[in-house]
Design a protein around this ligand. Structure first.
Ligand SMILES: O=C(O)CCC(=O)C(=O)O
Ligand SMILES: [Fe+2]
Length: 364
């Protein structure tokens, strides 16, 4: 079997071989004279920060204030309308006053930085060949597949019985503890956000609550090393998330996330004290197209490493995924299929959609 390094265009070196490909460790070994071909994307749409001198004139991503949403005053209704239009027009917003404590966020940042500084042998323990979960750069490598410029630690966190025994339970003790606190805090936050979305969509309370209660959740922590030619590579390929919602934490304050709006890539600049909420395919489907699952990507730069944490929040595996009954009518018939969550997840990860996105595949 070809090794990861051979497949990625690197020389095979018996003494340093691991079953995991890591961009961070490949570039740490020796300075790169050129970017290995498997990372080079000749036809990608230009990065906005490199090509668009007028970045300042691009529209700015909306900011939503959770404290306002939760207040008893009339301003709560105004904020809810802002949230509604952000979900319809952007599918993404910066969330401030989210209630996750700064000390937890600081501690988590520190633990993540320490984790990625571990030797490759240590981190390689968290990957099993062929498994989507665990540590490393893309793990399914075929000849023509372009690789993303980043290493990830990806793990299912809920339901508890679907956690992999060689990942979370084996993480360094302090990192694991902090991660557990982060998971709890972000679950609480997700419940609040979903509740406001359901309220403004005028769904029946149970339609949102029941689906997401003890739902499927996973976390992807990504370390994007600097790159000598960032315009040739992509930190993460353009995609929409298959989730209900995703809460993204731009951990070390370095920009890189971009979203596509009206055909243009727009940078989502780091706003201190904000978490980013982006809507995934499931919310677009449930809302029968009212809310948008946003296409996004991450770019890298020459100077600084970038770290992000995406917390993916989805319904439980027994849920039915489709436009909710209270949002469809003879005048507004369903535009998406309804399928069980278990099948949805399986299709999302394995099904060949013949060039279409999974969301397009779900469209009737
Ligand atoms: O790192 C980022 O800013 C985006 C990550 C992302 O989109 C994902 O993990 O799905
Ligand atoms: Fe994403």
């Amino acid at each position: 079997m070809a090794t990861y390094k051979q497949a990625a265009g690197f020389d095979f070196d018996e003494s340093t071989e691991h079953s995991v490909l890591s961009v961070q460790h490949l570039i740490a070994k020796e300075p790169l004279s050129s970017i290995p071909q498997q990372f080079v994307r000749p036809n990608q749409e230009p990065q906005s920060t490199f090509s668009n001198a007028e970045t300042g004139s691009l529209p700015t991503v909306p900011t939503i204030d959770m404290k306002q949403l939760l207040s008893d005053e009339a301003s709560a209704d105004i904020e809810l309308e802002k949230l509604h239009s952000a979900c319809k027009e952007w599918g993404l917003f910066q969330l401030v006053n989210h209630g996750v404590s700064t000390s937890l966020l600081d501690k988590f940042k520190h633990e993540i930085e320490e984790f990625f500084q571990l030797p490759l042998e240590e981190k390689a323990k968290y990957r099993k060949t062929g498994d989507l979960e665990g540590y490393g750069c893309d793990q399914i490598i075929t000849k023509d597949k372009k690789l993303d410029w980043g290493d990830r630690l990806y793990m299912t966190t809920n339901p508890l019985n679907s956690r992999k025994s060689h990942i979370i339970p084996e993480l360094p003790y302090s990192f694991r503890n902090t991660l557990e606190s982060y998971i709890v805090e972000l679950q609480k936050l997700a419940v609040k956000v979903l509740d406001f979305l359901g309220r403004r969509l005028k769904m029946e309370k149970r339609e949102m609550g029941e689906l997401f209660e003890d739902g499927r959740q996973s976390v992807r922590i990504t370390y994007y090393p600097p790159c000598p030619q960032p315009e040739l590579v992509m930190g993460i390929t353009p995609h929409t998330d298959g989730t209900g919602i995703t809460i993204l934490n731009q951990v070390n304050g370095v920009n890189g996330l971009e979203l596509k709006k009206d055909g243009i890539w727009i940078p989502v600049n780091v706003l201190s004290n904000a978490l980013i909420v982006n809507l995934g395919d499931i919310i677009e489907i449930m809302s029968n197209g009212m809310y948008k699952s946003v296409e996004h990507r991450a770019i890298v730069n020459t100077e600084k490493e970038r770290i992000s944490v995406a917390m993916f929040i989805s319904p439980h595996l027994d849920a039915e995924i489709g436009p909710v009954t209270s949002l469809t009518s003879p005048q507004n018939p369903p535009i998406f299929k309804t399928i069980g969550m278990e099948k949805y997840v399986k299709n999302f990860f394995t099904y060949n959609h013949e060039g279409r996105s999974h969301l397009e595949y779900m469209r009737l």
